[in-house]
Design a protein around this ligand. Structure first.
Ligand code: ZN
Length: 655
């Protein structure tokens, strides 16, 4: 591992201790092999003068909820050092009391909660303290003779701390171990099964000691012949099988969740190991990962239902064995190992999938390397249970915010690059859903710069492209629950007598046939969806047609009829189908200012009068239509199917 210290960048910080702390914390955070997603923590001790003119030693320690890779100055909680040192003198302190007292000792009540390791940071008598969960060091410690290996590797200049629970218990352990210790005689601390601490008066020195200690561990793994896994090609999981698995996991979890298949060559190779069912079940890389990944993955070796039942039974047994009155968590796995296809992560939001994927990739690497050092050995079950059911984690459950109503649900919207389609994507995402946004316009791929939206270029009149788009959606998000079938064109005006054959056919192809095909391809996935529902974007022209628009109106009437029949056919499968008839939605690409002005003038109206030319005298926007579509896909419409709802401000021909 290389030091990322850049003298130019660092000197620009003018020796500002907090700025330097932010700088080297981010250097640690950049290295996935050191810390992952909120793991690790850092601190700096700074003298500050308070409002009474007194000078105080303040520990600026990473605040909970911040990530070292992206931390900023406000991410460090300022806590009075003497208060933390006084807490360290106590014989006992519950974690909830510790958190409360740490908070009371802060000099900024608006700062985040200090890390649970704040007391430990306070005990280390150096300005800068760095703590990581370095893969290489933990890998070596997670072996049958890990302690001897660590001692052999680092010699006497390292304080080696046996595993205890993080928080006050760990701080107290260090307090006891370091009484009378001359700190200058040690280069750092190795916490067995947990990580590394380094410290120094100088920011660079503390950071670079970390890099050096970890490099030594990496070199040791190499010299002991602990190879990285030989990568293997695999095939992505079958979309329908993945959707089935996601459905079953959602049932166990009692809420819809997303799923994503990681079929990268290293993960596939891991999934193919002959003893995978045994080694993957021994436990996580560091105990804090259990909060993200649970203790073990689901191993798909038989029928998925059978494997999942075994997982749940196992979890229940583990809980019953160690439970001392804790609130039982859900019994759903957070990831699955799927031989030949790699791994699958499960989570209510896209960010959970990413975290689980990263954590499990690092875990897989560590397991494989430790196996070559005599065997992967995670912590015993009681230690892991203690972490999974830690009082602080249990307290978080009670404070958890209510999730957005569509969290964990997957939607697909066609014609999503602009107008009503784009607004539907935005409306669904605002309600917590993830969305596959399809459009023929290639700009769709980059149109939504957020992890919750997958932009797919797709010509909906091409059956092959449509099928690929649906499979891509399911591979990326795990399933399909909601469909907004919106893609359409408005052909230029022509009477029946003057109709151009191609124009007529094109309108039918896009405005009706493509919707039938999309439904046909989506039904097998919707059947596996969570409260599945479809919204079809019709038109006011269905109940109130106009001359010159036969190609459009006939197609939209056909589409409406398709929706009515779909409601009857799919209702038995629990899939709802409803239809929206919008009118006069002018905030779309086709309605330029010039066209609007010309149309208004034609009717002798101002633009404003023209836009609000309806019973309620209101303007209907794309977002109004989108919010209605989202409402109709949600629980408010759970007992409604086959309905047609106009959204037009009231039109006397429709009423
Ligand atoms: Zn830690």
């Amino acid at each position: 591992m290389k030091s990322l210290w850049n003298e130019g960048e660092a000197s620009a910080l003018n020796n500002d201790l907090l700025k330097l702390r932010v700088y080297t914390s981010r250097l640690l955070g950049k290295e996935e092999d050191l810390v992952l997603h909120g793991g690790g923590n850092t601190s700096v001790k700074i003298k500050k003068t308070n409002i009474f003119g007194q000078e105080e030693d303040i520990l600026y320690v990473k605040g909970s909820g911040w990530d070292l890779a992206t931390i900023e100055e406000p991410g460090f909680a300022p806590v009075k050092l003497d208060a933390l040192l006084a807490l360290a003198e106590l014989d006992e302190l519950s974690d909830l009391e510790m958190v409360r007292n740490q908070r009371m000792a802060m000099i900024d009540p608006g700062a985040p909660n200090p890390s649970v390791e704040a007391i430990l940071h306070a005990l280390i008598p150096y300005t800068f303290v760095d703590h990581s969960h370095a893969d290489a060091v933990v890998t070596i410690s997670n072996t049958p003779n890990g302690r001897e290996r660590i001692e052999e590797l680092y010699g006497k200049n390292m304080l080696i701390v046996p595993y205890v629970m993080p928080g006050f218990i760990l701080a107290k352990e260090i307090y006891n171990m370091t009484r009378g210790l001359d700190w200058d005689t040690i280069d750092g601390m190795i916490l067995m099964n947990h990580g590394v601490f380094t410290f120094h008066a100088d920011a660079r020195e503390s950071y670079e000691r970390m890099i050096q200690i970890v490099s030594q561990a990496e070199d040791y793994l190499k010299s002991e012949g602990a190879q990285l896994i030989d990568e293997a090609a695999g095939t992505p999981a079958n979309a329908l099988q993945l959707a089935k698995l996601r459905r079953r996991i959602s049932e166990v979890w009692k809420k819809p969740v997303l799923a994503r298949n990681d079929h990268s060559p290293a993960t596939v190779a891991f999934s193919n190991l002959s003893n995978i069912g045994e080694i993957a079940n021994r436990g996580p890389l560091t105990p804090d990962h259990i909060i993200r990944t649970k203790r073990t993955p689901l191993i798909l070796q038989h029928e998925a239902d059978q494997d999942l039942s075994a997982f749940v039974a196992n979890y229940n047994q583990y809980f019953d064995t160690y439970n001392q009155g804790e609130t039982k968590l859900d019994q759903a796995p957070r990831w699955a190992v799927w031989p030949g296809h790699g791994a699958v992560s499960f989570g209510p939001a896209v960010k959970n999938l990413k975290i689980i994927e990263d954590v499990t990739r690092h875990t897989a690497k560590a397991i494989h390397q430790a196996e070559q050092l005599g065997g992967w050995k995670a912590l015993p079950l009681d230690d892991l249970f203690e972490m999974e059911y830690w009082s602080l984690e249990q307290a978080k459950l009670k404070r958890a915010k209510k999730p957005l109503p569509m969290q964990g649900k997957v939607a697909l919207v066609t014609g999503a690059a602009g107008g009503i389609g784009k607004a539907c994507v935005e409306s669904l995402v605002a309600e917590g859903a993830v969305v596959a946004a399809l459009d023929i316009n290639p700009a769709i791929v980059a149109a939504f710069d957020q992890n919750e939206v997958l932009g797919i270029q797709c010509d909906v009149t091409d059956m092959t492209q449509l099928e690929q788009a649906i499979h891509q959606t399911v591979s990326y998000f795990g399933g399909l629950d909601m469909l907004v079938t919106n893609a359409g064109i408005f052909p230029k005006s022509a009477t029946i007598a003057d109709m151009d054959g191609d124009l007529w056919q094109k309108s039918l192809d896009i405005n009706v046939t493509s919707h039938q095909r999309l439904l046909q391809l989506a039904v097998p996935f919707l059947e596996l969806g969570f409260e599945p529902a479809v919204v079809i974007i019709g038109s006011k022209n269905v109940p109130a047609p106009g001359p010159g628009a036969s190609a459009y109106s006939v197609a939209k009437a056909g589409l409406t009829q398709l929706g009515r029949i779909a409601a009857m056919e799919l209702g038995v499968k629990g899939i709802r189908v409803n239809i929206i008839h919008p009118n006069a939605v002018y905030d779309t690409a086709i309605w330029t200012d010039e066209i609007l002005a010309a149309r208004a003038k034609h009717y002798g109206l101002t633009i404003e009068q023209y836009k609000t030319n309806n019973v309620l005298r209101v303007e209907v926007t794309s977002r109004d239509v989108a919010d209605l579509a989202t409402l109709m896909l949600g629980p408010s419409f759970s007992k409604i199917t086959g309905a047609q709802i106009p959204i037009d401000g009231g039109n006397d021909r429709v009423i």
